[in-house]
Design a protein around this ligand. Sequence first.
Ligand SMILES: CC(C)(COP(=O)(O)OP(=O)(O)OC[C@H]1O[C@@H](n2cnc3c(N)ncnc32)[C@H](O)[C@@H]1OP(=O)(O)O)[C@@H](O)C(=O)NCCC(=O)NCCS
Length: 381
Amino acid sequence: MAETAYAKGLEGVVAAESAISLIDGKAGKLSYRGYAIEDLARHSDFEEVTYLLLYERLPARGQLEAFRRSMRQGRDLSAPVLDMVRSFPPGAHPMELLQSVMAYLSGYVEHRIQHSALCNCRQTLHQVAQIATTVAAFKRLRAGESYVPPRPDLSHGANFLYMLRGAEPEAYEGEIMDKCLVIHAEHGFNASTFTARVVASTLSTCYSSISAAMGALYGSLHGGANEQVMTMVDEIGRKENAAAWVNRALDDKKKVIGMGHREYKVKDPRANILERYLVEISEKKGDSRYYEILKEVERAFRARMETAGKPIYPNVDFFSGAVYSLLGIPKQLFTPVFAMARVSGWLAHVLEQRVDNRIYRPESLYTGPEPLTYIPVEERV
Ligand SMILES: CC(C)(COP(=O)(O)OP(=O)(O)OC[C@H]1O[C@@H](n2cnc3c(N)ncnc32)[C@H](O)[C@@H]1OP(=O)(O)O)[C@@H](O)C(=O)NCCC(=O)NCCS
């Protein structure tokens, strides 16, 4: 067989051009459409960042207000979608529900989807607006509580907490939730974004692209690491136990979840931002147990990595689970919350894919048998 080079997991393969986000793994920098993530987290909000991702520039005031209005108008769930949330199998994971709701909405919208760069999704904003409502409805209906309709006067993040709790969150909680969505909105050609683009490249609907991307995000190697970080924190229990726990895990050749990243060779810039949010929320709630445990884990892990000469630092998932937990979000909703944010990036990639489309069709290296002679079933032993 001829030797053909291939890259397992497509590592190092440049599959497209993209103007949406830039990751500088050595310097620990991330930007959306040229704007540093730190500036967006400081000055912007999720709705404005969604506009930036979809329209390639920051909106003027009037554009932002019109965009906010239309996104907020699209938040409420229609009766058929609510029925779907109610009747979904009791043991289902919310990511399975989200994937199905997305596919369902594709058939439910009155206007048909245009297979073009100017897709209707920029106008309907169903995907971006309704994921948060679906996630909150899932949590409440499963708990035997009533559906809380969205409020148009709250930011996307604050409204999510409101729909989840049935009570308005403190202003700082709403703001932190919204900023968490900002910093998770986009991150280059990761598995779910690539999935969205592959589906878009076949000229399928943007709803199908988002539904497929959700399926990719659902996997434990992609979304879900922050859930595992909180399982670790619960297992450690007290900061005094952290160093021994880390050393034992590393001695057993286990990975410490929330550490390391394929792209970043320094601390993930989003982890720095999330750490500040965790400090703030811990102070406000008078509960710094999670933060203290995580800092001990970070310290013990760094000491071991320095000895081993490995540049491995906290990634975005290291602090986010603790922030969500202090906001009262149950662990099962962490990946859906990730989807709520990342959908803006997925849509931007779907639109970009369509501008200069070519269907994705890589090749594989055949490792099956040489040609065989077909034997009729009567003659097979
Ligand atoms: C994110 C991740 C998959 C990146 O992986 P990668 O760039 O392919 O790096 P590898 O998994 O090949 O690891 C390279 C080396 O660093 C070590 N390493 C990487 N992450 C580690 C971690 N979290 N804990 C302990 N060791 C780690 C590996 O054991 C390996 O060591 P070796 O060379 O001695 O075998 C990896 O760091 C990881 O599994 N992290 C934990 C899961 C996680 O937090 N995922 C969320 C990512 S946002």
